[in-house]
Design a protein around this ligand. Structure first.
Ligand SMILES: Cc1ncc(COP(=O)(O)O)c(C=O)c1O
Length: 337
């Protein structure tokens, strides 16, 4: 790939096989540890930011604007790497009550620590986030600062190249024999929140022959919505890298979203807990926990054949887990005790 890129990711990230996980999921699962792409800035977003911030730097950016939920992993990763490049950041974070100061925990703690400017907005304002960020960008222009706007989740064509590259990295690990005798997985599975990771993985799987199929587990919205969004990102990614002319078969599975965004069912929480206790692998309740739970259910239903060799991309999210006990009345506490 020719697109400029900054070397943020501590890679190649390991791919590990935990036999106790196979038993919990019902098939052979290898885990790509993209939760370990870095230190506090780690997670899947760092791969997208390698391309997005290379573009921002080339344009002389002084201030980066982005958005997400209050405990957005993407916003936190953006603020941390922007600081590394000497850029300040403005984060538009969605919360039910913007007047209430949120606990300084998880991602918010890191956002505060790095000095990001946090603008708390309502869910209704969040629906107008593109316009809100555009007007803040205009304000920065007028103040003499070159702005750079990154959409929700870093999910656009340029950001998706980060996951094309992750699949190139995976193909190399397969060729080196780092996944036993496996030379190609049957499936790549991962959590889907804004579609960029899915788009990049689908393109990268085809380009580097990592797997013929991808299953993206939606944590919000639904399959029809994500198919449209992901297709749009794929088309945009091809404007940067036209040789990405094929993509793996992509299924968006929206059956493991749980009660709502950011909240797990008791059954999902118990699964998350069982995974940690059996393997030491820590998932998060917003993304990866739901995705792996969804994979286990898909195997149970027969949608993913037993015996499939699956690469599960662990996309991070630990700070979100560490903030999920802020509310002492939360069901999380009871389910995990
Ligand atoms: C930990 C984690 N996993 C998965 C995702 C989903 O990735 P994407 O937004 O590219 O769909 C996100 C962000 O939304 C995330 O923070």
């Amino acid at each position: 790939m020719k697109s400029p890129r900054l070397p943020f990711v501590h890679g190649p990230t390991p791919i590990v096989h935990l036999p106790a996980l196979d038993a919990l999921v019902g098939t052979e699962v290898w885990v790509k540890r993209d939760d370990a792409t870095g230190g506090a800035e780690a997670g899947n977003k760092l791969r997208k930011l390698e391309f997005l911030l290379a573009d921002a730097r080339a344009k002389g950016t002084k201030v980066v604007l982005t958005c997400g939920a209050l405990q957005s992993n993407h916003a936190r990763a953006t603020a941390l790497v922007a600081a590394r490049l000497g850029m300040r950041s403005i984060l538009f974070l969605r919360t039910e009550d913007p007047s209430a100061e949120p606990p300084w925990s998880g991602n918010v703690l890191l956002d505060r620590l790095v000095g990001a400017e946090i603008r708390r907005i309502t869910p209704a304002q969040y629906r107008e986030r593109a316009a809100l960020m555009e007007s803040a960008a205009q304000e920065a222009w007028r103040g003499g600062e070159q702005p750079y706007v990154i959409p929700e989740g870093g999910s656009n064509g340029l950001g998706a190249l980060g996951y094309v590259d992750a699949m190139r990295e995976t193909a190399r690990q397969l060729a080196l024999g780092l996944c036993g005798e496996i030379r190609r997985f049957d499936l790549v599975a991962h959590a889907c929140g804004s579609g960029g990771t899915a788009a990049g993985i689908a393109l990268g799987c085809a380009r580097y022959d990592v797997a013929p199929a991808v299953r993206a587990f939606a944590v919000c919205d639904d399959a029809a919505y994500f198919h449209k969004v992901i297709e749009h990102i794929i088309v945009e990614a091809r404007t940067y890298e036209p040789e990405l002319d094929a993509s793996a078969t992509l299924v968006v599975d929206d059956q493991a979203k749980g009660p709502r965004y950011g909240q797990m069912s008791a059954e999902q929480l118990v699964f998350l807990r069982d995974v940690v206790r059996a393997t030491g692998l820590v998932l998060d309740p917003v993304y990866t926990g739901k995705a792996l739970f969804g994979l286990a259910r898909a195997v149970e239903r027969g949608d993913v054949p037993r015996g499939s060799r699956v690469l599960f991309v662990h996309t991070g999210g630990l700070p979100g887990l560490l903030a999920s006990f802020d509310d002492p009345s939360s069901d999380m506490l009871a389910a995990l005790s």
